[in-house]
Design a protein around this ligand. Structure first.
Ligand code: GUN
Ligand code: ZN
Length: 446
């Protein structure tokens, strides 16, 4: 057995401290929510997990020709899932000094216009997936640019790498420069073409993606709502109530609608397949309708702090009279880190500012199984027979500061996870497996 063989479908054994969630934890200390093997072996075959056993059972599961990847002492989790990220914004990150609407006009739309060139989009797609994997993220729900070719470039690159990506061509037919505009008809037709070619092809899926109510005409929202009715298994993604000026603009553009959510609901874009980015400044009516319809609120903490949008009410939405489903995401390039660990750290701080607590196990559940459930993907985000063998191997002591902090710790798993989410980054990602195949990250990257 060697650790360098990259054959796809033989039996692969990944040994280490295996952690996976069974259900959503109810706060710190809820150890019944997860399974943890201090010395575990994930057994994968044909891209899927076939078994998870104790290290003592090595000889039983090894078999002829099995390949062992021994990460004893390191943590093995399901690969992270990012539920909201903009593929054409990798060079928008760290753009100075503006809030949402000015930030879009000054930085984002010009950057996205470059993705009309398929060769450029192809090069960027390689960088994008490299960067996700370096951060332990094996699945992401992605906005492309307005150009169909940008979504195609990303889907093709994801297929080549074996990752599961959810990708939409962003629809926008007003209130932006001409080189990033489509029409109601072309947005419908391009998205339909993408669905026919890519939705469910291998591990790739297509997402119906109106950017937000400000950049879509009623005709475009109508066309995409009709497409969503034709393809009820497609996710829908958009932005909702991120910024106060944005909300006031939506009210001016759609005076006949009760509120921002009602714009989307009127056109059939609200429901259990709908991912609403940000959802910060919600009215009680919107919260109730999100709850009743099973719509997901996507918490993007680094972005909300960086663009100065506001403080997401996590516990208010999760535990209110009308509980709302919640997912966690980076929102690159309003967001400032590709790392779901760093994203969880900022989520914790946003919640502290609201007098709320985010325990480490709630955060790690969100990054894995919680986000998979938000996508309606039971075979992602968990390590159990039948699930895809997408794994991240984490070295909690990868930096001197983290090793130093952990040396003074109690050795408790939840404390280690809290250190990981508070101080963690790509440097803690020791290796990543996609469909049972190691991606060759080797030692922690710096
Ligand atoms: N609202 C509409 N488009 C965007 C975007 O690209 N980023 C963020 N953060 N909000 C948006
Ligand atoms: Zn976004």
């Amino acid at each position: 057995m060697t650790s360098s063989d990259r054959r796809p479908s033989g039996r692969t054994l990944v040994r280490g401290r295996v952690l996976t969630f069974k259900r959503r934890p109810h706060g710190a200390g809820d150890s019944a929510a997860y399974s943890y093997f201090e010395d575990g072996i994930v057994v994968a075959e044909g891209g899927r997990v076939v078994d998870v056993v104790d290290g003592g059972e090595m000889s039983r599961v090894a078999g002829e020709g099995a390949i062992l990847h021994d990460f004893s002492g390191k943590l093995i989790l399901p690969g992270f899932i990012d539920t909201h990220i903009h593929f054409p914004q990798t060079q928008v990150i760290a753009s100075y000094g503006e809030q949402l609407l000015e930030w879009l006009t000054k930085y984002t739309f010009p950057a996205e216009s470059r993705y009309g060139d398929p060769a450029f989009a192809g090069v960027q797609a390689r960088f994008f997936i490299d960067e996700l994997l370096r951060n332990g993220t094996t699945t992401a729900v992605c906005y492309g640019s307005v150009h169909k070719g940008s979504a195609e470039a990303l889907l093709a690159e994801s297929e080549r790498r074996g990752t599961a990506m959810f990708v939409g061509k962003t629809a926008m037919d007003r209130n932006a420069p001409p080189d990033v505009l489509d029409t109601a008809q072309s947005a419908h037709d391009d998205t339909a073409t993408l669905i026919a070619a890519w939705h469910g092809r291998g591990r790739q899926k297509v997402v119906i993606t109106p950017r937000f109510a400000i950049t879509s005409t009623p005709e475009q929202l109508e066309a995409l709502g009709s497409l969503a009715r034709d393809h009820p298994d497609c996710l829908i993604q958009t932005h909702l109530s991120e910024n106060l000026e944005e909300i006031a603009t939506v009210r001016r553009l759609f005076p006949e609608r009760a509120d921002y959510l009602d714009v989307y609901e009127h056109y059939g874009l609200v429901g259990p397949k709908s991912l609403m980015g940000h959802a910060i400044h919600l009215t009680p009516r919107e919260i109730q309708r999100m709850s009743e319809s099973g719509t997901v609120a996507v918490f993007c903490p680094t972005s909300n702090l960086f663009i100065g949008s506001g403080l997401f009410d996590y516990k208010g939405l999760e535990g209110g009279t009308h509980p709302v489903r919640i997912a966690l995401a980076t929102d690159i390039g309003g967001g400032t880190s590709y790392s779901m660990l760093a994203t969880a750290a900022e989520a914790y701080k946003v919640m502290q500012l609201r007098g709320q607590k985010l325990s480490a196990i709630e955060a790690f559940h969100l990054m894995t199984r919680g986000n998979a459930e938000a996508l309606g993907e039971p075979d992602l985000g968990r390590i159990a027979p039948g699930a895809h063998a997408d794994l991240v191997v984490l070295d909690s002591a990868a930096t001197p500061a983290m090793a130093h902090r952990l040396a003074a710790g109690s050795g408790d798993l939840e404390e280690e996870l809290f250190v990981l989410m508070t101080l963690g980054s790509d440097r803690n990602v020791h290796e990543v497996f996609v469909g049972g195949r190691p991606q060759g990250l080797g030692k922690a990257v710096s």
